[in-house]
Every structure is written in C-alpha cells, then in structure tokens.
Ligand binder design. Structure first.
Ligand SMILES: [Zn+2]
Length: 498
C-alpha cells in the first residue's frame, strides 16, 4: 500500500446497490464534532484505510462520510442553525440490532443489520448514504422545526419523510460524479428514474425478499420520479402496495418529493448550459438547479405553519423562497402539475393562502387574536431575517374507543403567528392563523389511524424508551405530563418502515 492510499478510506457514494457505483476512494471526514451539525459515530474510530465492505471499519467510515456530506449540505443552506435537539453533537449507532430499517429518536440515529434472504447478502442500513442522510435529515428538520415532531397531521408527518428524502437527493447531487452519472443514465432526460432519484435500492431488495413484491418498488424503496398527484390524505387508505398512494407518511411523502424533483428538472432545463455539448457544463447546471432547490426547501421548511393542509402551505412557501421570477415559475408549474395549488382557488400560489394581515404590532395583539389568556404559553422559533414566528399549542381532547390507548388523551394542535421585523425595529407585517375544524378533524383521524395500526403505547407501558418502543412497533405513546394532562407524543421516526 502506498502513502497516498494509506490515509484514505473507501465508501459508497450512492446506495451500495445503485447500478454501476462501486466503492470509491475518499478522504476521511475531519473535525466531525464541531459546530454546526456536529456528529459522532459510536464505537472506536478505526485508522483511515480502504477497508472491505461488510466490515465494522468500513461501516464506521461509510456512515461518517455520508453524515459529513449531509452536514456540508445543511451548513450551506441552514447557516443560522446547526444545533441538534440533543445538543451540539448527534451520535449515530452503526448496528442497533437486527432489522431492515433505521430510525431517529431525538437522541441519536440508529442503524440496523439485516440479510437479503434471496441473495444471502448482509445488508447494513448504514451502508446506504440514501438512508444515512435521510435519517440525519429528520434530525435537521427536528432541530429547526421541533413543532413538527408531535404534530398530529398526515401531511406534516409525510413532510418529515419528504425532507429526509430530499436531503439524500441534494447531498447526492452535490457530488460531481453522481450528478454526471444521473445525466448519463437518463441521457439528459432527468424526468426519467435514475440512480439519484431512486432511494435505498439495496434495502428495498432485501425488504422485497422478506416481505414480498408489494412491500417496496422493484428497484428502490422510493423514487422521486413518480406519478403521484396530491389527494387529501384522509381520502386514501391506511396502507397500500408500494406502487400506489396511501396516507402512510412513507407513501404520501412521494407526492411532495415528486413535485420537488419536477421543479429540479424544470430549473435545470431553463439553464442554457443544460443544452451544452460538454458533460461538465451540464453537470454544473444540474448542481446549480439543486442549489436553488435546496435554498427554497430550507427557507420554506422554516416558514410553513404546521397545519392539516401542510403540503400546499409548503408549496406556497417554496414559490416565495424560489429567488427570482423565472425560478418561481418553474416551481409553480411543477407544483400545479401535482395538484399542489389551491383547489378551486386562485392559481397563483403566491397570492393564495396568504394569511390575513394583522394591524397591530405586539404579542398582546396576537394573544387577543388567538383568544389566549396571559397564562397561555407562546412558543417562539427563530425565523429568517430577524423575523419571529411561533405558535400557541392547544390541547385537542380525544374521546372514544377508536382512539385506542389515546382515548381520553389530548394531542396538541397549533395556532400560528409570524411577525416580520425590519432592521429599523419596526414591524412590517404580521399574521395570525387559528387552527380550524379541518385541522381538528385531521388530528382526530391521524390518531385513529395510529390506533388502528397498533402504533400507540398506552401510559401503562413499562418503558417509553425509544429503542424499546421501536422494537414493539409503537411510534407514539401516551404520557401523563406535569400539568396532569395525558398527551400523545411521538417516540421515533423511521427510514423505511413498512
Ligand atoms: Zn424517515
């Protein structure tokens, strides 16, 4: 071994099973615990070497390098954030146990080891950058929008998945080799499925081997190139085969992931360099389009209020965050073709869904508008450009045996507000939105769906530790909180649960 290769590691840039993508040499990531988005892979750090796949040393560096790429992505596009819910450093556990999955629980990322029963191959979920960056994406989104975690809405839960998938896609497109490979595979027609749009190929194959052909797509767990149009999630079944849409977060998220991919294709094709004879210029144009999309996703994620109709709120925010008329037009076209404009309303997303203006400038006015007493807590989150956004969490009590262990418990729904403050210190705009009957009905149906699927641990559960609840398939639990109210809370969020 020569000096140059000794200090290098070997990694999968894309999924281990993505076509034509062998493990490649790379530099080991440095200073991974430093702010922003610091991370640590649990276990002893092996000397940097080009290890063979399916060794613990390879897995260590594989997870570390994928996390470093996700960290680089979100350091660029969320520069003011960078601290996790758990603190400055997010731990990752390379092998939590046996299984075909991965999850995030506000304390760490957990990966698993399984087997493809058809091929006999070992499948580490941590070997796939698609999965690792997706899980890290859950943690990033949780850091900037902790209010999404317990939100009892189908579209907010699905958004968590879409954000994870787009984290993986954007981190992949930041790699010149992968941007080029996507263009080569599709011969420039990026509206065709390709190694970047397809996610978690190896895990999907193992899931199909174990659970049958309906459990995943034939070539991936999810594909951002897909035909799914928006439909109200409550009109969809609890579960469906992988090629059909259901209200389950990992299924429904594909509407938004697909719309964002469509926007990427349109942003790319408006760049004259997309028609260049030079492969390098086309790949650079694709990376530029990915940057525009990443900026818009970051901005819209910070902005959009947690409500039942979240996808359209997010869609409107994407257009506002697009940066320029031409980009905004590309987003609008892509979102409208997925049915993500306001149904029956104005077609201009920027004009639609603008909450009502509020004339006064103070939090007192917000309290008054939301019907809050002075004891009610206002939860504020940092927003862009010195503005302020937040919510008042309101208990919605659930009653009936159809709520399972959540019968008699409450979920929190949110009344939202935002205030824009100019550099001079004057308030330039403010808006208030009270959760309505649609939000309440969405929340009730969300919990009924969890109950039907046996996802809620009761407050008699012996442990509410996430790893315990994960093994039992309980993503939510009921807890009696300090104020005496029993509330439904989320415990963990997974990568590829069936
Ligand atoms: Zn996930």
């Amino acid at each position: 071994m020569d000096e140059a290769s000794r200090a290098r590691i070997r990694i999968f840039l894309n999924d281990p099973a993505a076509r034509g993508q062998p493990a490649v040499p790379s530099q080991p990531p440095l200073d991974t615990e430093r702010h922003p988005w610091g991370f640590r892979v649990e276990g002893e750090r092996p000397e940097p070497r080009p290890y063979d796949p399916d060794t613990p040393e390879f897995l260590y560096w594989q997870i570390a390098s994928a996390l470093a790429r996700g960290r680089a992505l979100w350091t660029r596009f969320l520069p003011e954030a960078g601290t996790w819910i758990v603190g400055p450093v997010l731990p990752s556990i390379p092998v939590e146990g046996e299984g075909l999955n991965a999850y995030y629980d506000r304390k760490a990322l957990h990966f698993f080891r399984g087997e493809d029963t058809t091929t006999g191959a070992v499948v580490h979920s941590g070997d796939s950058p698609d999965i690792v960056v997706h899980e890290q994406g859950h943690a990033v989104l949780d850091a900037i929008r902790p209010d999404f975690w317990d939100a009892p809405h189908f579209e907010v839960a699905a958004f968590h998945e879409a954000f994870g998938d787009f984290s993986s896609i954007l981190a992949a497109l930041a790699e010149p080799d992968l941007a080029r490979a996507a263009l080569e595979e599709t011969k420039g027609a990026l509206d065709h499925s390709n190694l970047v749009s397809r996610l978690a190929e190896e895990l999907a194959a193992a899931i199909v081997s174990r659970y049958g052909p309906e459990a995943a797509l034939p070539d991936s767990l999810r594909d951002a190139v897909n035909p799914f149009r928006y439909r109200a999630p409550r009109s969809l079944p609890d579960e469906a085969p992988a090629d059909a849409l259901s209200r389950a977060p990992h299924s429904f998220c594909r509407v938004l992931t697909g719309a964002c991919w469509d926007a990427l294709v349109r942003l790319y094709s408006t760049n004259p360099a997309a028609r260049s004879d030079e492969t390098e210029s086309r790949a650079a144009a694709l990376r530029e389009a990915a940057d525009v999309l990443a900026g818009a996703i970051a901005g819209a994620s910070e902005e959009a209020a947690s409500v039942a109709g979240f996808f359209r709120r997010f869609a409107a925010a994407l257009v506002r965050e697009a940066g320029g008329e031409e980009n905004a037009a590309a987003f609008t076209e892509a979102l409208e073709s997925r049915g993500l404009a306001t149904a029956g309303g104005p077609t201009d997303l920027r004009a639609a869904l603008e909450p009502e203006a509020l004339a006064t400038r103070t939090l007192d006015a917000i309290r008054e508008r939301l019907g809050m007493s002075l004891e009610d807590e206002i939860l504020v989150r940092p927003a862009r450009n010195g503005s302020l956004a937040g919510r008042r969490a309101r208990d919605l009590f659930l009653s009936g045996s159809e709520y399972g262990p959540a019968d008699g418990a409450a979920v929190e729904i949110s009344d939202s507000f935002s205030i824009a403050v100019a550099e001079s210190g004057f308030v330039t705009a403010s808006r208030v939105e009270r959760a309505g009957t649609d939000d309440e009905e969405d929340a009730r149906e969300f919990v009924r769906t969890l109950a039907r699927r046996g996802r809620i641990a009761g407050d008699d559960a012996p442990s509410v530790d996430a790893p315990v609840l994960y093994r039992e398939g309980k993503s939510h639990f009921v807890a009696r909180e300090r104020d005496g109210v029993r509330r439904v809370r989320r415990s963990w969020i997974s990568g590829g649960e069936r």
